[in-house]
Design a protein around this ligand. Structure first.
Ligand code: G3H
Ligand code: 13P
Ligand code: ZN
Length: 339
């Protein structure tokens, strides 16, 4: 049976327009946390309520398949009620991460998402415009906001992190934004997805022997800002690959050699600029995995999932509060936006 059509407005959530406006004027970024299960959702919602941070609940196509698209949507709906029960007026956007077809974006819009990403970055410039425009036309009829992408985020396997062609070309952005009508734009300035963002050979070592990645291309970001002033920019692949969690995973039986992310200082700098959405998935995975490994190592006879997923959920929530306060600068901004 097909899922019944529902507008995000009936669910009581918001699109990204107002929060991005505030993020730009207030020089912070809204965190976009990926989720695919109940404990992640609880950690995100409770962490953001506690730190009074606007947030974006992000669902990938893979997450939708994993958790069941209908269930995920009702979980988000449940989150609204959970927030209201605390007395908070905080709100959030439910966002499709890396939508790759019009049909997928439409399906999300029709089932209560308030924001979608159409990722046409792997297509030619013209095809990217055509696809993005098609999604924008449908989405805007429903007051749903759309994120497009220009430039390709390098994966470590691509061996192209340093190649100029993968970065967003600033001279393309104005035409893309005008031609498509997108509400925000994901760009490529040196971040990449996953826990292995850079090869060891691309990094230098600091005094403690810790790998330091090449800096983000803030020159490209500045050039983009000049061409589309005040336009909301999005940073994907923006996990720090928090060293504390990588160390914990390695200490308790895991093996994550040379996992390197984006230093928090660079993300703070980006958040104070036109970057108003920062995507974080890998750091959440690491926090939960680190804690689950610790519990398993220290309590090998434990078999109640609540006893290991519970501490993992608590660790994720603590990480989210810390990120909102110290990296995104979004903590305390909820009341300014939602009263
Ligand atoms: O950018 C991708 C996100 O980290 C989602 O990952 O497709 O494994 O759910 P996923
Ligand atoms: P990370 O893998 O760095 O967490 O990036 C997540 C992301 O960009 C989701 O779209
Ligand atoms: Zn991404």
């Amino acid at each position: 049976m097909a899922d019944k059509m529902v507008s995000y407005k009936e669910i009581g959530i918001v699109n990204t327009r107002e929060m991005f406006k505030k993020a730009i004027s207030g020089k912070f970024a809204v965190p976009a946390y990926n989720f695919n299960n109940m404990e992640q959702l609880q950690a995100i919602v409770n962490g953001c309520v506690e730190s009074d941070s606007p947030f974006i609940l992000q669902v990938s196509a893979g997450a939708r398949k994993y958790a069941n698209q209908v269930l995920l949507r009702y979980m988000a709906q449940g989150a609204v009620e959970m927030i209201r029960a605390t007395g908070s007026k905080l709100n959030f956007a439910l966002h499709l991460d890396h939508g790759d077809t019009f049909e997928l974006c439409k399906s999300c819009i029709d089932s209560g998402f308030s924001s979608v990403m159409i990722d046409g970055s792997h297509h030619s410039f013209d095809k990217n415009i055509e696809l993005t425009k098609q999604v924008v036309e449908y989405a805007h009829k429903h007051d749903v906001t759309v994120e497009g992408e220009l430039g390709v985020l390098a994966g470590i396997e691509d061996d192209v992190v340093a190649a100029k062609s993968v970065y967003t070309q600033p001279e393309d952005v104005e035409k893309f934004v005008k031609a498509t009508g997108v509400d925000s734009l994901a760009i490529s300035i040196g971040t990449s997805h996953g826990a292995y963002k850079f090869k060891a050979a691309q990094c230098t070592k600091n005094a403690e022997g810790v790998l330091v990645p090449p800096p983000l291309r803030f020159d490209i970001l500045e050039e983009i800002e000049k061409r589309i002033p005040g336009f909301p920019i999005v940073l994907h692949g923006a996990s720090s690959v928090v060293p504390k969690y990588v160390d914990m995973i390695n200490k308790y039986g895991g093996k994550m050699d040379d996992a390197v992310g984006i230093p928090a200082s660079e993300l703070r700098k980006a958040a104070a600029s036109a970057v108003c959405k920062i995507n974080i998935d890998s750091d959440g995975r690491l926090a939960m995995t680190a804690m689950i490994r610790k519990v398993f190592a220290e309590s090998p006879n434990e078999f109640d999932p609540r006893k290991y997923i519970g501490p993992a959920r608590d660790e994720l929530k603590a990480m989210i509060i810390d990120k909102n306060k110290t990296v995104l600068g979004s903590a305390g901004k909820g009341k300014e936006i939602f009263g």
